[in-house]
Design a protein around this ligand. Structure first.
Ligand SMILES: NC(=O)c1ccc[n+]([C@@H]2O[C@H](COP(=O)([O-])OP(=O)(O)OC[C@H]3O[C@@H](n4cnc5c(N)ncnc54)[C@H](OP(=O)(O)O)[C@@H]3O)[C@@H](O)[C@H]2O)c1
Length: 165
């Protein structure tokens, strides 16, 4: 079972200068709540943006580099095939892919569930979500979180499941 989790703006932007384009504690809390206790797979750039492995999750990094100095509690994988093999070898783990764009693009054919936060604003950005054919997925839940004193922009939390053929 492979899951994507990400937040995007109204133009599918997800990143700027190696970081998120926004500061939205409600989405950070949602990410933490959704991923805690599970396996999180990140591209090397996204993992670098965390500064250190995220606590209470199994951290997996995807990189083409064979010489790396990640902490010993980080699992290092080198290809899409490695991620698919990892998923098959760990059927009891919820494998959640946390991006970035390159990783999402390469794993799109394998994903079962999309957990998307829509941010109701347009930001300056340099990284965008790859195009997704939402006809292949069904929206199973959608929850709104209005802007408030801590979150400058409104958010919608969506969950999509791949349609069965
Ligand atoms: N809004 C969100 O939800 C969200 C989520 C995630 C990230 N972001 C943002 O997006 C930006 C980072 O995304 P990005 O697309 O630039 O980078 P990324 O996908 O995080 O990392 C790219 C790197 O991952 C490795 N990689 C990717 N696909 C691979 C594959 N198939 N096989 C082996 N290695 C692979 C390569 O590492 P090596 O170069 O080490 O070989 C590649 O250079 C940041 O700004 C981040 O904050 C936003």
């Amino acid at each position: 079972m492979m899951i994507f989790i990400w937040a995007e703006d109204q133009h599918h932007a997800i990143g700027h200068k190696g970081q998120l384009p926004w500061h939205l504690p409600a989405d950070m809390a949602f990410f933490k709540q959704t991923t805690t206790g599970h396996t999180l797979v990140s591209g090397s750039r996204t993992f670098a943006s965390y500064k250190k492995p995220l606590p209470n999750r199994k951290n997996v990094v995807l990189t083409t580099r064979t010489e790396t100095d990640y902490p010993s509690n980080v699992t290092v994988l080198h290809s899409v095939d490695d991620v698919v093999a990892y998923e098959h070898a760990h059927p009891n783990e919820k494998v959640i892919i946390s991006g970035g764009a390159k990783v999402f693009k390469s794993l799109l054919p394998y994903v079962d569930t999309l957990i998307r936060t829509r941010v109701q604003h347009t930001f300056k950005a340099d990284t965008y979500m790859p195009e997704i054919d939402y006809d292949q997925f069904q929206l199973v839940s959608s929850t709104s979180h209005p802007a408030d004193e801590k979150n400058q922009y409104g958010l919608t939390f969506e969950r999509w499941e791949r349609k069965q053929h």
